[in-house]
Write a protein that binds this ligand. Structure first.
Ligand code: PEP
Ligand code: MG
Length: 587
């Protein structure tokens, strides 16, 4: 079950639900019979206020240097001491001869009403602060403090109608993985606090509290404002990966080294980023990458749950190319099949999925659906520097059909008066030996190519890229792979086409000097790898890179080739590892 709300605090969390009990500002009236009783009630009210003030000050102290948290608590303390509110409560007790709980709830309900009709959304969202203070005072008066939050036995995802700011401030990030609420908006104090505490949160979900049972498993996607209840195994795996990437990216930002990638002898190297999700653009921009060398759009299928929706795709592509402008963004059409998102394909089980129904093979088999994506990309192309790329093209007929389909879509857009970039660059991935060997036949139909070394290695060496039993045979430094890269670069340059590498090899620092030496025009790597790759580029001269690349072509094994690069860089880059096979994952 999927719920959509407001993404309040970025991050991904997965965990069991914990439903928080709801306290309303609604308390029974009790009639007082004497002046003494009224005076005692006022005293009780004043004691409750002092006690709440004490609690709030303690929470503020425990927040260390979370400045926003302290400011919010100070605001609550101010509200608590507001003389008008205080006077109003005391007058209600005295004149109405009613108990303190009732006086607090009626007075604050009036204050809430005033805030609720304010034009300014910021002030409207202060309602939660008033309720927060009221709840705390009433809990003190009735002796019913919400202990549940303090007695959690396992990390949970909090589910509540609304969370009070002071409750949020008291949350322990280790114990509360995330929270989701029916109420709330982008500027509520609860939301601001969640961000300050780095707790992922989705708010404004409207009815989530009535749909969730205790212990349901929740995925909270604070990036897109989604909550998935009792997810499938595929969704879990996907979000575990997204969470890993998000966490890596966050820690990376602490130690980033911005600026362009330049070799030791001052040559500028194009270093772009591979992304799977739109939010990664923020990191890509902070890292000052030279563009997006690979946007794996197939991941959107899972997030959007509506792969055929042109508008969803258009909006995402448009936002990304606008954000990256004037730097280029290569949008790769769906690469489903193989090991990716088989569940969404409704096809029979295949004996060899990597040799089967995959990528453009699916697209060309379902041209209507494929055209939807092409239209969305073409429409986005006027909003920035957009390029389109097709995965797993092995046959020239496929390339011709793709070009025909593109022309059809372009004609349709022209007839409808919808603008698109007529000069948008069109490229293909080089991922199979067939594509390498017959590349001269394909080049007339493309503006560029990008070498997908993950698949090129798999198909060249006949080693399933995901099978641990044969992982020791999977080696992008194998002479058969390196020689193909050399061939592709030479051929492309002889025809005036540019060539990138967007497989994980480009993010492997030991491979970087070789790829530069072969003359690759652009490296595109997973954002978290950008600093390491930049560092490697900075310690290599183009002359040495060319020499190493040349020498590697006559070497016998991948291990020797790695040792060659390793011995060159070890003095300048001591942290480099020789056995880095496992780096070639997930890039
Ligand atoms: C590749 O094959 O190297 C590549 C970049 O594509 P993917 O990893 O998405 O198959
Ligand atoms: Mg591939």
């Amino acid at each position: 079950m999927l719920f959509k709300g407001v993404p309040a605090s970025h991050g991904i969390a997965i965990g069991p639900a914990f439903l928080l009990k709801v306290e309303e500002l609604n308390h029974a009236k009790k009639k007082l019979t004497s002046q003494e009783e009224a005076t005692a009630e006022i005293k009780r009210f004043q004691n409750a206020i002092s006690s709440v003030r004490h609690d709030l000050e303690n929470i503020a102290d425990s927040m260390g240097d979370v400045v926003e948290g302290k400011q919010i608590l100070e605001f609550l303390l101010l509200l608590l001491q507001d003389p008008t509110i205080k006077k109003e409560v005391e007058n209600t007790i005295l004149c109405g001869m009613v108990n303190a709980e009732y006086s607090v709830s009626t007075t604050l309900r009036e204050v809430v009403k005033k805030f609720e009709v304010m034009d300014d959304p910021y002030l409207r969202e202060r309602v939660a602060d008033v309720k927060d203070v009221g709840r705390r005072v009433i809990e003190k008066l009735t002796g019913t403090e919400n202990e549940a939050l303090n007695n959690l036995t396992q990390p949970v995802v909090l589910v509540a109608k609304d969370l009070d700011p002071s409750e949020t401030a008291g949350l322990k990030p280790g114990q509360v993985l995330a929270f989701v609420t029916d109420m709330g908006g982008r500027t509520s104090h609860t939301t601001i606090l969640a961000r300050a505490l780095s707790i992922p949160a989705v708010v404004g979900l409207q009815r989530i509290t009535s749909e969730i049972n205790p212990q349901d498993i929740l995925i909270v996607d604070g990036i897109h404002g989604r909550v998935i209840v009792n997810p499938t195994e595929e969704e879990l795996n996907y979000y575990r990966e997204v969470r890993k990437r998000f966490d890596e990216a966050e820690s990376l930002l602490q130690q980033m080294n911005p600026g362009p990638a330049v070799t030791e002898d001052g040559v500028r190297i194009e270093l772009a980023a591979n992304i799977e999700l739109p939010h990664e653009v923020t990191l890509v921009k902070k890292l000052e990458a030279d563009g997006i060398g690979l946007f794996r759009t197939e991941f959107l299928r899972l997030v959007q749950k509506s792969g055929e929706n042109e508008e969803d795709h258009f909006e995402i592509y448009k936002t990304i190319v606008e954000q990256m402008k004037p730097k280029p963004v290569i949008i790769r059409t769906y690469d489903m099949g193989g090991d990716k998102f088989r569940a969404g394909l409704d096809t029979v089980r295949e004996a060899n999925p990597f040799l089967g129904y995959r990528a453009v093979r699916i697209g060309l088999d379902r041209p209507a659906e494929f055209s939807v994506q092409l239209r969305a990309i073409l429409r986005a192309s006027v909003h920035g520097n957009t390029r389109i790329m097709f995965p797993m093209v092995t046959h020239i007929e496929q390339l011709k059909r793709i070009r025909d389909l593109l022309v059809l879509v372009q004609n349709d857009l022209t007839v409808r008066g919808i603008p698109f970039d007529k000069n948008m660059q069109v490229g293909i991935m080089v991922e199979t030996p067939a594509t390498v060997i017959a590349l001269d036949l394909m080049l007339p139909y493309v503006d560029f190519v990008s070498i997908g070394t993950n698949d090129l290695t798999q198909y060249t060496l006949a080693v399933d890229r995901g099978n641990p039993k044969v992982a020791h045979l999977y080696d992008s430094f194998h002479p058969a792979v390196l020689r193909q890269i050399d061939t592709v670069v030479r051929l492309c340059h002889s025809k005036g086409k540019w060539v990138g590498v967007c497989g994980s090899m480009a993010g492997n620092p030991l491979a970087v000097p070789l790829l530069i030496g072969f003359g690759v025009d652009e490296l595109s790597v997973a954002p978290p790898l950008i600093p390491d790759v930049k560092k490697m580029i900075a310690v290599v001269t183009t002359h040495a890179a060319r020499q190493m690349a040349e020498e590697s072509l006559s070497m016998e094994t991948g291990l020797r080739i790695r040792a060659l690069v390793h011995s060159y860089v070890i003095g300048k880059y001591p942290e480099i590892l020789l056995d880095e096979n496992d780096w070639e994952t997930g890039g």
